[in-house]
Write a protein that binds this ligand. Structure first.
Ligand code: NI
Length: 154
């Protein structure tokens, strides 16, 4: 198996917040990410696809197609946006890198043109990232929680 990765960057605002907690508890846990009006990060997204190189092209998948998929389905919706307010697929989700990785996975997995989605990695800063590899996990929405088939965590 060969693993190929497309790396992209985007900038966005977010607020990490649990509505069941007091302001003090939110600040204690999320620190500056709990700022009521949000604040910004320069994110890095890495999408890794596994497969066998095609005998004709030598490609696991055409990275141009993966780049286009990421652009259309994710970057066009999150770049320079407020993740809590502007992104349809993040409504009610606390936008940690963990939850972003899961949300991005669920979108990309459905539309991948070739190969098998192996990992979605989201960096919020140079040294902190989360990676999701598709194992089923419970999803928690702010103010409501439920279990979805393939879904997210905090
Ligand atoms: Ni933050």
């Amino acid at each position: 198996m060969v693993y190929v990765t497309r790396r992209v960057t985007f900038s966005a605002a977010h607020r990490l917040f649990n509505p069941r907690w007091s302001e003090e508890q939110n600040w204690a846990v999320f620190d500056k990410c709990a700022n009521p009006n949000g604040h910004g990060h320069n994110y890095v997204l890495e999408v890794t696809v596994a497969g066998i190189p095609d005998p004709e092209t030598g490609y696991v998948l055409d990275l141009k197609l993966l780049a286009r998929l990421i652009e259309e389905e994710i970057l066009s919706k999150v770049d320079h946006k407020h993740l809590n307010h502007d992104v349809d697929f993040l409504q009610g989700v606390n936008p940690t890198v963990e939850n972003l990785a899961v949300a991005f996975w669920r979108i990309l997995e459905q539309k991948l043109p070739a190969g098998r989605l192996h990992a979605v990695r989201v960096y919020e800063s140079e040294n902190n990232y989360a990676e999701y590899r598709g194992e089923p996990i419970p999803i928690h929405h702010n103010g409501m929680s439920h279990i979805a088939a393939t879904a997210t965590g905090e």
